[in-house]
Design a protein around this ligand. Structure first.
Ligand SMILES: C[S@@+](CC[C@H](N)C(=O)[O-])C[C@H]1O[C@@H](n2cnc3c(N)ncnc32)[C@H](O)[C@@H]1O
Length: 480
């Protein structure tokens, strides 16, 4: 084989993403292991695959200026190889001759000598200018400022428009460029120290782990595979974005009146928030392993014992929830398969707290999933928003007066955030907003950028460029 193993691996990942709708972060690690690619070669293949996927929009704009035919008429196998070549030339420190020659070899391998000649001509053009010069040439030809920003920062234009609107609604219209740039920086892995299950002292003894400033349960992993940490394997520590942790802590910290031990997580899979909530509930109620055995059997009161009912619609994801919560003291979490839209009808007014971590476009986590921005389309919103409204309505119905509902998305798109919550609030008189910004600031007073959220409530919108988290949204509602 004339192509080196790391480049071939990156190419195969791009093809798997294009042809079988695979997720790069699920395809690459097993492929590296199977081909015994490790160390610097594995790091090179990873940067090449993820960087190319993330910056595809920018490279396509540059390639369109260099190719003699429209990109839509280029063999997709050749186009993916050209994107890899462009990333080596413009996004990595690969010497130009190596970037061009290795890509031409790859194209010859997968599409024959004619295509290799074409690739050689295109990539030589790409290599003749540096990124600053390409920026200038893109600007020269642009007819629309937003389209230019989209090309430069490698985002689909509809996503740039949606992010601009959401920033404006959050009083931060001027921060669009910073947000788009933050989406292109691969984040460090963040861990959640599940309260009562892992101590600060144990974490301080771990190499490569340091506190994430401001969010009390969050820690950074400074390198390496989280799976090598025993506490992660045991479920006492979980891989979870700091923003996901913060919205969970804020949901659990919002004041309820009266009883506070019967909780539900309506959309639980794969179980990151359920594990954190379960650990919090155990800590708060003093629940320990085995307490279910007998202690509450004689209680006359229904729901005398604490419980977190964690439900998920997809059977295989129900299994993931069970795995995720395995370290939480036994008997506390009741994992179920359900359609969360039915809970309000089946168990009306039962719960003190109900969390809806709604299925959404995921536009707030683009930095974590290199290919996600190219997968989503505006049409996805049509099927999601009806479901989101139904889930929120069910959660409110399942909550008792004085209890709290948390509505969360890992998307800042207004159609999925305020666009869901505001009409539901306007349409019912048995629910009112709680200031989620205030609750979050009490839970995470040291978080970067949290002080500047002053007066922006009642909804909380986190941002990667400002808070160093995914762009999570949180609304807190009190049932009257
Ligand atoms: C954003 S994810 C939840 C993430 C989870 N809370 C965590 O922290 O790990 C949304 C989940 O909702 C599930 N879902 C979709 N429709 C649902 C429904 N009607 N009822 C319950 N769960 C649903 C999806 O399968 C998906 O697992």
């Amino acid at each position: 084989m004339s192509v080196d193993a790391p480049r071939r691996a990156a190419y195969d990942v791009l093809r798997a993403v294009a042809e079988s709708d695979s997720y790069a972060n699920l395809v690459l690690p097993p492929l590296l292991a199977e081909r015994r690619i490790s160390g610097r070669d594995a790091a090179f293949a990873t940067e090449l695959a993820y960087g190319t996927l993330r910056l595809r929009g920018y490279y396509d704009a540059v390639l369109a200026l260099c190719a003699t035919r429209p990109l839509s008429e280029i063999d997709p196998r050749v186009l993916d190889a050209l994107r890899l070549g462009a990333h080596q030339l413009l996004g990595m420190r690969v010497p130009p001759h190596a970037g061009v020659a290795s890509t031409v070899d790859l194209v010859r391998d997968v599409a024959g000598p004619g295509a290799a000649k074409f690739a050689n001509a295109v990539l030589r053009q790409v290599g003749r200018a540096d990124p600053a010069e390409w920026d200038r040439r893109l600007a020269e030809r642009a007819t629309d400022r937003l389209e230019l920003l989209a090309a430069r920062t490698s985002h689909p234009a509809w996503i740039v428009r949606a992010l601009r609107e959401s920033l404006a609604a959050d009083g931060a219209a001027g921060e669009l460029g910073e947000l788009l740039t933050a989406d292109n920086a691969a984040p460090r892995v963040t861990l959640a120290a599940r309260p009562g299950l892992v101590s600060e002292r144990e974490l301080e003894r771990e190499h490569h782990v340091s506190p994430f400033p401001g969010v009390p349960t969050a820690w950074h992993l400074d390198g390496g595979d989280p799976g090598r940490i025993p506490a992660v394997r045991q479920g006492r520590l979980g891989v979870q974005d700091a923003g996901s942790q913060l919205v969970t802590l804020a949901f659990a910290g919002a004041p309820v009146t009266g009883r506070d031990r019967v909780w539900a997580d309506l959309c639980a899979g794969p179980g990151g928030k359920s594990a954190l909530l379960g650990a919090l509930l155990a800590e708060r109620t003093g629940w320990a392993d085995g307490e279910a055995d007998g202690r509450f059997d004689d209680e006359a009161e229904t729901d005398a014992r604490p419980v977190l009912v964690a439900g998920e619609v997809q059977p295989h994801r129900v299994g993931l929830v069970q795995r995720s919560v395995k370290a939480v003291p036994r008997g506390l979490i009741d994992v179920r398969q359900w359609d969360g839209r039915d809970l309000g009808r089946d168990e009306p007014g039962r719960f003190d707290r109900v969390l809806v971590d709604a299925p959404c476009t995921g536009l707030g986590a683009l930095r974590r999933r290199p290919e996600a921005r190219w997968r989503r389309t505006p049409a996805d919103l049509d099927s999601l928003t009806g479901l989101q409204t139904a889930l929120l309505t069910s959660a409110i119905d399942a909550t008792r007066p004085g209890g709290v509902v948390g509505y969360v998305t890992c998307s800042p798109h207004l159609a999925e955030t305020r666009g869901i919550v505001e009409p539901v609030l306007a349409g019912r008189d048995d629910v009112e907003p709680i200031d989620a910004v205030e609750v979050a600031r009490a839970v995470a007073p040291g978080l970067a950028g949290i002080a500047e959220t002053d007066g922006r409530g009642p909804f909380l919108q986190l941002w990667p460029h400002r808070h160093g988290t995914d762009a999570m949204f949180l609304a807190l509602l009190r049932r009257r």
